[in-house]
Design a protein around this ligand. Structure first.
Ligand SMILES: C[S@@+](CC[C@H](N)C(=O)[O-])C[C@H]1O[C@@H](n2cnc3c(N)ncnc32)[C@H](O)[C@@H]1O
Length: 408
């Protein structure tokens, strides 16, 4: 019962308040045992994946449309997804779901759940993307990428581990290797139980997320500003590659997680809390990694809430911030130095368009094209020299945009 209640609270946070689900989990699942917490996240996640088909079924069974934010619609969404997709026994779904309702709404929900069983309702497989996202990605990338995105978000995503060194990776027996210092596991249980976690031999990092720091190559003690660094997957990569790092983020809470990650892995970086819009470093650096704040729509497999929360207006205002941060960061690189710009977004406005705009306004800067040996096998390099990963990529990975630039 507690897990179902928490799932309703998560959906309310995402759909009504527009909060990221990760953040809502802290409040909604704080006191739950880990099994209940996992169940609440699974129910909420699958409800978000199938939201439109669930609503269509609910609407087909009611004469008057139930308000989008009504409790009875919320309960029916979560009950139906358990019944029709998650394989939860009907009596358990009915008992645990109806308890959240009283009176007329309870009778209505009971009637609809009975009808779902009697009429053999089903949910489409794979689940369709929300209509505005399908239209946006269809226009940007084509129908085949929309179809691939739908297939990938129906599957539990694999777990990618990034190792401190090839030596540490070679001691890990399990998983597939798609890049140096990488292993992919089909799906793990609790990551703390995997070998090498306590020793700090690896951290969890999507294969695509590893590309940005890899494009800076070995550090050999050179200086790098790691901008928007927390929680630090890329900081740890840079530290393991021998860079002398100053890692900056505006969130002290997230930097605290970065500090913990560095302590666990025994890696080193100088940390600073600062808003890049007002920060200026004391001296220029050899390289910059700017992992800019973005819509994160490229992480939709793990975070289905992004596709319901992010609006065109959000994308436009993030793009403005990204252009501003890139223009500032570019002033801090030594002549001939490198700047890698990355976003985990599938929106061209947060990737290709930012770099085109930057190059148009900053004479002398040029793209330093990624080379095939620098990215995981199967990842395509665009003719412009940047890297764009899409849901249709094989191996499957997050949607990222990464460009390496050389300063004049
Ligand atoms: C995409 S995440 C960074 C992920 C990180 N690079 C990693 O590999 O783990 C973006 C980060 O930008 C930070 N951020 C957002 N706006 C910022 C600003 N104006 N100045 C500095 N950091 C900012 C956020 O706190 C967030 O941690």
């Amino acid at each position: 019962m507690a897990a179902r209640r928490a799932a309703l609270a998560l959906l309310d946070a995402v759909l009504r308040r527009g909060e990221p689900m990760d953040r809502a989990v802290h409040a909604a699942c704080q006191r739950l045992p880990s099994d209940d917490r996992a169940l609440a996240i699974a129910i909420a996640g699958d409800t978000l994946r199938w939201l439109d088909p669930l609503d269509a079924l609910i609407d087909s069974a009611t004469e008057q449309r139930l308000p989008d934010d009504s409790k009875v619609r919320a309960v029916l969404r979560t009950a139906l997804v358990q019944l029709l997709h998650m394989g939860v026994a009907p009596h358990a779904v009915v008992a645990t779901s109806l308890a959240a309702l009283v009176g007329g709404p309870r009778r209505l929900a009971h009637a609809i759940l009975s009808r779902a069983q009697r009429d053999g309702w089903t949910l489409p497989l794979p689940p369709p993307l929300p209509a505005p996202v399908a239209a946006r990605w269809g226009a940007a990338w084509g129908a085949s990428v929309v179809a691939a995105a739908e297939l990938t978000w129906a599957e539990p995503p694999p777990l990618d581990l990034r190792f401190k060194s090839e030596q540490a990776a070679s001691e890990f027996d399990d998983g597939e290797r798609f890049a140096p210092q990488h292993r992919r596991l089909a799906r793990a249980g609790r990551i703390e139980m995997l070998p090498g976690y306590a020793e700090g031999n690896w951290w969890v990092q999507d294969l695509a997320a590893g590309i940005a720091a890899d494009l800076l190559g070995p550090g050999n003690g050179h200086t790098v500003l790691d901008l928007c660094a927390a929680p630090g997957g890329k900081t740890m990569q840079l530290a393991a590659a021998g860079w002398q790092i100053t890692a900056i983020d505006s969130s002290s809470k997230r930097l605290e997680r970065l500090r913990e990650n560095l302590a666990r892995t025994g890696l080193d970086a100088e940390l600073a809390v600062a808003d890049l819009r007002s920060y200026t470093p004391s001296q220029p650096v050899d390289a910059i990694l700017l992992d800019a704040p973005c819509s994160a729509t490229g992480t939709f497999r793990r975070h289905p809430d992004v596709l319901h929360r992010i609006t065109d207006a959000d994308i436009a205002s993030l793009a403005q911030l990204q252009a501003e941060l890139l223009a500032r960061a570019a002033r801090w690189v030594k002549p001939g130095g490198l700047l890698v710009y990355a976003t985990c977004s599938l929106e061209p406005a947060e990737g290709e368009e930012i770099i085109r705009g930057f190059l148009a306004n900053n004479q002398g800067w040029r793209i330093n094209p990624a080379q095939s040996g620098e990215v995981p096998a199967g990842v395509a390099i665009a003719t412009e020299g940047w890297v764009r990963t899409l849901p249709a990529s094989k191996p499957v990975l997050d949607g990222f945009f990464i460009a390496r630039l050389t300063a004049p």
